[in-house]
Design a protein around this ligand. Sequence first.
Ligand SMILES: Nc1ncnc2c1ncn2[C@@H]1O[C@H](COP(=O)(O)OP(=O)(O)O)[C@@H](O)[C@H]1O
Ligand SMILES: CC(=O)N[C@@H](CCC(=O)OP(=O)(O)O)C(=O)O
Length: 287
Amino acid sequence: MKKREMTRDNIATARTLSEALPYLQRYDDAIVVIKLGGHAMGSDEGMESFARDVVLMRQVGVNPVIVHGGGPMINRLLDKLDIKSEFVGGKRVTDEATMEVVEMVLSGQVNKRIVQAINAQGGKAVGLSGKDANLITCVPTNPALGLVGTPDKVDPSILHTLFRDDTIPVIAPLGAGRNGETFNINGDTAAGAVAAALQADRLLLLTDVDGVRGADGAVLTELSSSQIEELTKEGVIAGGMIPKTETALDALSYGVRAVVILDGRTPNAVLLELFTEHGAGSLIRSG
Ligand SMILES: Nc1ncnc2c1ncn2[C@@H]1O[C@H](COP(=O)(O)OP(=O)(O)O)[C@@H](O)[C@H]1O
Ligand SMILES: CC(=O)N[C@@H](CCC(=O)OP(=O)(O)O)C(=O)O
């Protein structure tokens, strides 16, 4: 199928998925890992639009893999339960009581919301966490962070099985420890580890800002690793953006082709990034 120019207009005016298809080229067997952050999944309309994009990607031959966050949703339940929580370097210090809430919210609530949204758009999604089928095994990140885990081994075989069955995996960022523990993994870190294990063609980190901003506040459309190091040292890249840029650099070093940090609240964000010439957000490539 020949690629026609895909603009915001002709995606938005296509009333059905099949109407939009002629504007896309087939991307047979490309693997695109998409991290959907908690801040990017606020509204029901936004979730519906995201789910539609994912189903459309599958229809043009891409294998999408969703790894999600849910920080704001975890905060809400922790508040209700009066459990205090703090972040160090963009990662939640996680004791056992917090871990229970994290798992309940991510695997139970957020994961199923995304699965249901994709299925409602005619896709076939299956929800799992890093604990399923030995997908993600972790080691503790740092004793000061408690049960925060760093992926140590990722076994993507279950994901290949799901691809063959035309099924879209939706992954909650939890991992198993070697001694039966459950670890809380930052969503960006989990997405990077999965993308690396799959040697993904692209890793998209969807958040609530239109990209990585420089010192003057403008979005940098393309970023190198040395720029990232410099901006982090200067404190321009801070908070939740730190795990994202760290993830981008790690993923590239493990063979992921390109990483893009973009605003997940923009309508058709994923499609615009993948199928238009200009893309969206901040692109980070190796070299
Ligand atoms: N240089 C930067 N450019 C853009 N955003 C930044 C930067 N430094 C810090 N941030 C913050 O990082 C946030 C995104 O991280 P986070 O809130 O953890 O997102 P998510 O929940 O989508 O994973 C932005 O909303 C912004 O406040
Ligand atoms: C270790 C750690 O920080 N885990 C995250 C997991 C969820 C997440 O990453 O959510 P967002 O993508 O919405 O920020 C947390 O507990 O909030």
